[in-house]
Design a protein around this ligand. Structure first.
Ligand code: URA
Length: 189
């Protein structure tokens, strides 16, 4: 069995030259994700936006700045968590990812999860949530932790959605304030 950090490097190398779906034709840089292989907490967003596509790094634009604030609120340092997306290449114009794009990219995310084996997965937005909890509505379950296959899943509103809809901003801030406590709970489980 390969070491987790080797698996992550291999996935990143494959993602950088991936042509499994049409997003590869319009992307500038693929964004495999980043963080330590032994991260306890994994954040999974939707897909790269404009700045992520330029830099090849996740959550570096406006939503990323807000995520940094939210991580602080949860008592987490960005460099200790793993951050990635359900699709690793930018959908043109930041449109929603298509089912075939999600499917084509799923194996990369699956290998990242298996390698890191995080105690807690925080999903950011509907598409990431649906990967784990297909039949729920984010408005019903956001900020509530549940156990799935031996790990804690915490669905959150997407930070970008919260930036655009002031009514969601308070909810996401409050949800992240509870995240530190959930992580403690998961450690004790
Ligand atoms: N939004 C996402 O879902 N992911 C990013 O990496 C940036 C913005």
């Amino acid at each position: 069995m390969d070491q987790p950090d080797e698996v992550l490097k291999k996935v990143a190398a494959e993602v950088s030259v991936c042509q499994r779906c049409q997003l590869s034709f319009s992307r500038k840089k693929a964004v495999p994700g980043e963080g330590p292989a032994n991260a306890e907490v994994m954040f999974i967003g939707e897909g790269p936006g404009f700045y992520e596509n330029e830099q090849g790094r996740p959550f570096v634009g406006a939503a990323g700045k807000f995520l940094d604030e939210l991580l602080q609120r949860a008592g987490l340092k960005r460099e200790t968590v793993f951050i990635t997306n359900v699709v690793k290449c930018r959908p043109p114009g930041n449109r929603d990812p298509l089912p075939e794009e999600l499917m084509a990219c799923n194996d990369y995310l699956e290998r990242q999860i298996q390698a890191i084996n995080p105690l807690v997965i925080v999903t950011l937005g509907r598409y990431s949530m649906a990967r784990f909890l297909p039949n729920v509505r984010i408005s019903d379950v956001h900020g509530k932790a549940r156990w799935l296959d031996g790990r804690m899943i915490v669905p959150m509103f997407h930070p970008a959605a919260a930036l655009h809809q002031p009514s969601l901003k308070g909810a996401v801030v409050e949800d992240f304030s509870r995240l530190g406590g959930y992580i403690q709970q998961a450690r004790q489980n």
